[in-house]
Write a new protein. Structure first.
Length: 555
């Protein structure tokens, strides 16, 4: 049985793969354990790796370094593909307040880190590790380590940075949740009353997309085409159904308006005051429920790659008389379709029209979920290549002696964000199903965490021997709690955010899924998810950039 001993103890590719497999498997299993209903999830892979390394387990360093960097690239690239559509949508004016507040959380965290850096005498590398752990942001750790390596080349030692991250992380998770509990006490929140207040506020939102039946009473529009209405309204609207000459139709922009027409208009709520003046008052007729209507509606998923690089207005098949697009859902965002929108794989469109019209447009759009289940790996790896090249471009920053690079954390992330939004115009469809994206992301992050754990555990005793580990924990708690409590109070007092919105905001600003799960549990609804999704993409990018800038500017 000596061959088993040799296989497990002598450094080789086989031994490295076995150790990685054990660390990841044990970490995933331990990650299912909940303490007070909260789990640290995949981060247990890091802790198991630290334990193996502390016990003297060594592996092939070249393969370990490759798996660490490759895992990081896989993680940040697929993360960028996931959050990209939501990131660009979150930059609109309706989400501005939430994103400004989340940015303030990040900024306060950086300022707290810098204050502790100047007061404590710790290196900025260690303080960046503490900050990344305190805000539960693993990509920030990866960005910091890559930046340190770029600055110091082979002389870089990231093990203490990893340990600082590891000791701060658990208290970061619980610190976010404790902050939510403290704010609940401060605001004296009654959960049932808060749900009612939130629903009332949501229904009163001026930008909410709604539909109304309007009776045509503007004499100047009679005999004109529907396109005349579109020209007089700056914001895109949809007229999905129309009662015209005694029948219900799906109108085209060329349809001629007649006296007593009733139009079913889909538009933002704040636009209807203008539409009432332009078209007429609200009608009692319900075109959706009309028994004599031959119109049906359905949701169709875009799976045809051939139409994803063209504007809707440039696709001949879209200019038909027997169907209308009324809603478009993309990455959790609802929008009103118009001719300037470019479709993306995975978009879900609500279509209203005749049975024949729906069958025809369904064939054009695809609606074959089976096609989406097979990932197209070519564009994904091409995007990774572009991201790595982009991250390797050196550029000069004033007062920094050597050229710097955004590295393997920043480059693939930025390229993935851009390709998720504009890739279809370059014929690079990077769409993957949510499950496929999650699979690649989890594979990438577990490889990265296992690698950094296995490379850093040998210094675990050293970190706590002088009391540094306990100091890092204290620093991490301050970095976690101070920004969250301050911004939580500001969001509620000055911007009138509901408690559930505040919880979603704080969880998203900390890029922390366990905190979101806790917020969902106490709210009994998915209200916090909306704010979490709004701020998460921008916050994730800011966390990565902040970790890099701290290293670059204060090393």
């Amino acid at each position: 049985m000596n061959w088993i001993k040799d296989l497990l103890t002598h450094e080789s590719f086989a031994q490295t793969i076995i150790i990685f497999g054990l660390v990841i498997a044990l970490g995933i299993w331990f990650g299912k354990i909940k303490i007070f209903g909260i789990s640290l999830g995949v981060t247990w892979v890091l802790f198991v790796g630290l334990l193996f390394s502390f016990m003297g387990v060594t592996i092939n360093h070249e393969l370990q370094d490759f798996l660490k960097e490759f895992g990081l690239v896989l993680f940040v690239y697929t993360l960028g593909l996931q959050v990209g559509p939501g990131f660009f949508a979150s930059l609109n004016r309706n989400a501005l307040v939430s994103n400004v507040l989340a940015t303030f959380v990040v900024l306060l965290g950086v300022l707290t880190t810098l204050a502790l850096f100047f007061l404590s005498g710790n290196t900025i590398s260690i303080m960046t590790g503490v900050m990344s752990g305190a805000v539960t942001n693993t990509p920030g750790l990866g960005a910091a380590q890559t930046t340190i390596t770029n600055l110091h080349h082979l002389a870089a030692d990231n093990s203490m940075v990893t340990l600082a991250y590891a000791v701060a992380y658990p208290f970061g998770v619980f610190g976010i949740i404790i902050s939510m509990i403290v704010l609940k006490r401060v605001f004296r929140i009654n959960i049932k009353e808060e749900i009612i207040k939130h629903e009332e506020a949501n229904n009163a939102r001026e930008d909410k997309v709604i539909s109304k039946h309007l009776k045509l009473e503007n004499q100047q529009l009679i005999g004109k085409s529907i396109h005349t209405i579109f020209e007089m309204i700056d914001t895109p609207i949809i007229i999905s159904r129309m009662f015209h000459n005694g029948i219900i139709i799906t109108p085209t922009p060329t349809e001629i308006l007649a006296k007593n027409d009733v139009l079913l208009v889909v538009a933002p709520k704040n636009l209807f005051e203008k539409l009432h003046v332009l078209i007429g008052p609200e009608s009692d007729m319900d075109l959706k429920a009309a028994m004599d209507s031959n119109l049906v509606s359905n949701r169709v998923v875009v799976t045809n790659k051939n139409i994803t690089h063209k504007r809707l207005g440039d696709i001949p098949e879209m200019n038909q008389h027997d169907f209308t697009f009324t809603r478009l859902h993309r990455a959790g965002i609802e929008m009103v379709p118009n001719g300037n929108i470019t479709l993306q794989l995975g978009d879900t469109i609500k279509v209203v029209g005749t049975k024949e019209g729906l069958e025809r447009i369904t064939d054009v759009l695809g609606n074959s979920l089976k096609r989406l289940e097979v990932p197209d790996l070519g564009p994904i790896f091409m995007g990774i290549v572009i991201g790595v090249i982009f991250g390797s471009i050196p550029f000069q920053i004033p007062n920094i002696p050597v050229p710097v690079k955004i590295g393997l954390a920043g480059g693939p992330l930025i390229v993935a964000l851009l390709l998720s939004r504009f890739g279809n115009k370059l014929y690079l469809n990077n769409y993957t199903t949510a499950s496929a994206n999650l699979m690649i992301r989890e594979l990438g992050i577990t490889l990265f965490l296992a690698s950094v754990g296995l490379s850093s555990g040998s210094k675990l005793a050293e970190a706590f021997a002088g009391g540094n580990g306990f100091i890092w924990i204290g620093f991490g708690i301050l970095i976690t709690v101070i920004p969250l409590l301050l911004v939580g109070v500001i969001a509620q007092r000055f911007f009138k955010k509901s408690y559930f919105e505040v919880c979603g905001l704080l969880a998203g600003a900390s890029t922390d899924p366990p905190a979101l799960a806790f917020a969902l549990k106490i709210s009994g609804s998915d209200i916090p998810s909306a704010t979490y999704a709004t701020v998460y993409p921008l916050t994730m990018i800011l966390r990565i950039v902040a970790a890099q800038l701290l290293i670059l500017m204060f090393t």
